[in-house]
Design a protein around this ligand. Structure first.
Ligand SMILES: Nc1ncnc2c1ncn2[C@@H]1O[C@H](COP(=O)(O)OP(=O)(O)OP(=O)(O)O)[C@@H](O)[C@H]1O
Ligand SMILES: [Mg+2]
Length: 383
C-alpha cells in the first residue's frame, strides 16, 4: 500500500496542490487526470520518491516495490534490450551481476562460495530463474521480436525503445506501478495489449493519461488534480465526468435558490427596516440573511481542447476520392491498391502496421509524393 500523507508541492510561491491525503489500495487502478500543467507528472514524481514534497510524506509498505515507466528514452543506450527489461527489478538485476562476477573469479574461495549461496537464495526468491523468459514474453507481447532481445538499446528505433521501457516497468510484478502517459507513441495493438495487462494486474496502478478511452477501460478510481487539490473518486473517467457535472449542476441550482432567497430577504429588509411595526421581523430576516452561505464554485483550470477548421469555401459532399493508389519504395510495396472516399463530416482514423504507410499515403494526398499511378480526385463544391 502506498500512502500520501499531507503532501504539498510548492514551486517558489506557486502551490500546485496542498495537503493531499490518499491511500492507494491494492488491486485498484487510479487514473490521474487534470489540465496541462496541473501537476500530474509532478505528483507521480513525488509518489515515486524522485521529488521531495514541500510538506508531508509518502510511505510504502515495507518490502513493497515501486516500478516507474522511465521517461528518458536514451537512458539505456549501452545496455542490451533484455537486460534493460530485467533492470525493472533493480535488486534482481544487481544479484544477477554479482553472481556473474563471483562465478567468474579465478580464485573462487570458501567465502565466495558462501556469498554465492546467499545470492542464489535471494535470486530464487525473486524468481530469477524465470527472469529472462518473463522479460522475453513481455517484449514479444509488445511486438519486439526475439531477434532484437540481445541487441543494444542504441540499435533500436525510437518506437521500439518506448516499448522496451514499458516492458521494463511491467517486469517482475511490482507492488505499485507508476505510468506517466504510457500510451503516447504506442501503436494501437500495443495499447490494447497494455489495457488487458492492466485490467488483469492484481497490484496497484497509478496512471496519468489524457486518453479517456484508455482510462475508462483500465481505471477503478479517478484522481482529479484541480483547484490546488487532488480528489479521488471511485469509478472510471466517464463516471467521474458524469458525477462531477452533476455535482456542479446541483451546486449551481442550490446557489440559484439561495440567491433568490437572499434577494427576497434583502427587499424585505430594505422596505421595512424603517417601519416600527415591522422592525422586529426585519431584524430577524437580517439574521437569516447572514446565515445563508453560497457554495463556492471556483472556475476549473480544465480546458477542453477542440479544433476549429474554417474552410476557404463551402465543401461539397465528397471531399476526397482516392482510387487504386499503389506505392513501392526501394522495392518494398508500401501501399497496394488503396481506394477510399472521404465524405463531408467524416472522421477517419488511419491505422497501419507499417508506420511508413500512413505517412506515405498522406504525402501522396498532399501532392508531396507521386504514387506509382496517379488517380486522386479532390472534391469540389458543385456536387
Ligand atoms: N522543478 C520545477 N520547478 C519549478 N516548476 C516546476 C518544476 N517542475 C514542474 N514545474 C511546474 O509545475 C507545473 C506542473 O507540471 P507537471 O509537469 O507536473 O504538469 P502535468 O499536469 O504533468 O502537465 P501535462 O499534462 O502537460 O503533462 C508546471 O507549470 C511546471 O512548469
Ligand atoms: Mg505531465
Amino acid at each position: 500500500m502506498l500512502v500520501a500523507n499531507g503532501v504539498t508541492i510548492r514551486f517558489g510561491k506557486r502551490v500546485l496542490f496542498e495537503d493531499v491525503n490518499i491511500r492507494f489500495g491494492k488491486g485498484n487502478c487510479y487514473g490521474i487526470i487534470g489540465a496541462n500543467g496541473a501537476g500530474k507528472s509532478t505528483f507521480l514524481k513525488v509518489l515515486s520518491g524522485e521529488l521531495e514534497p514541500s510538506k508531508g510524506e509518502v510511505t510504502i509498505e515495507k518490502g513493497e516495490r515501486i516500478s516507474v515507466l522511465k521517461q528518458d528514452h536514451f537512458a539505456y543506450e549501452e545496455e542490451k534490450v533484455i537486460d534493460t527489461v530485467i533492470m525493472g527489478n533493480q535488486e534482481l538485476y544487481k544479484i544477477m551481476k554479482e553472481k556473474e562476477a563471483i562465478y567468474a573469479k579465478p580464485d573462487f574461495n570458501e567465502e565466495d562460495g558462501m556469498k554465492a549461496a546467499k545470492l542464489e537464495e535471494r535470486f530464487a526468491e525473486l524468481d530469477g530463474w524465470n527472469a529472462e523468459s518473463d522479460a522475453a514474453v513481455l517484449l514479444n507481447d509488445l511486438g519486439i521480436d526475439s531477434e532484437l532481445h540481445y541487441k543494444y538499446m542504441k540499435e533500436l528505433e525510437a518506437r521500439q525503445k518506448v516499448k522496451v521501457l514499458l516492458a521494463q516497468s511491467l517486469f517482475g510484478n511490482p507492488d505499485v506501478l507508476l505510468l506517466d502517459e504510457p500510451t503516447n507513441d504506442l501503436d494501437l495493438k500495443s495499447i490494447n495489449w497494455l489495457q488487458e495487462f492492466l485490467i488483469n494486474f492484481e497490484n496497484t496502478v497509478i496512471v496519468v493519461s489524457h486518453d479517456r478511452y484508455f482510462l475508462n477501460k483500465v481505471c477503478t478510481h479517478t484522481a482529479d488534480v484541480d483547484f490546488g487539490k487532488i480528489t479521488v473518486y471511485p469509478g472510471n473517467y466517464d463516471f467521474w465526468y458524469e458525477s462531477s457535472q452533476l455535482a456542479l449542476k446541483q451546486a449551481k441550482e442550490s446557489n440559484k435558490k439561495k440567491e433568490e432567497k437572499i434577494k427576497e430577504l434583502q427587499e424585505f429588509i430594505a422596505r421595512f427596516s424603517a417601519n416600527a411595526s415591522k422592525s422586529k421581523q426585519a431584524t430577524s430576516r437580517k439574521k437569516s440573511l447572514e446565515k445563508i452561505e453560497l457554495e463556492e464554485i471556483k472556475p476549473s483550470n480544465r480546458r477542453y481542447p477542440y479544433v476549429d477548421f474554417k474552410p476557404d469555401r463551402e465543401p461539397g459532399k465528397e471531399i476526397l476520392q482516392v482510387k487504386n493508389i499503389s506505392k513501392t519504395i526501394e522495392g518494398e510495396k508500401i501501399l497496394d491498391n488503396v481506394s477510399f472516399t472521404v465524405k463531408q463530416g467524416d472522421k477517419i482514423a488511419f491505422l497501419a502496421d507499417n508506420e511508413n504507410a500512413k505517412t506515405v499515403l498522406f504525402q501522396i494526398i498532399a501532392g508531396e509524393m507521386a504514387p506509382d499511378f496517379r488517380r486522386i480526385n479532390m472534391g469540389n463544391n458543385n456536387n
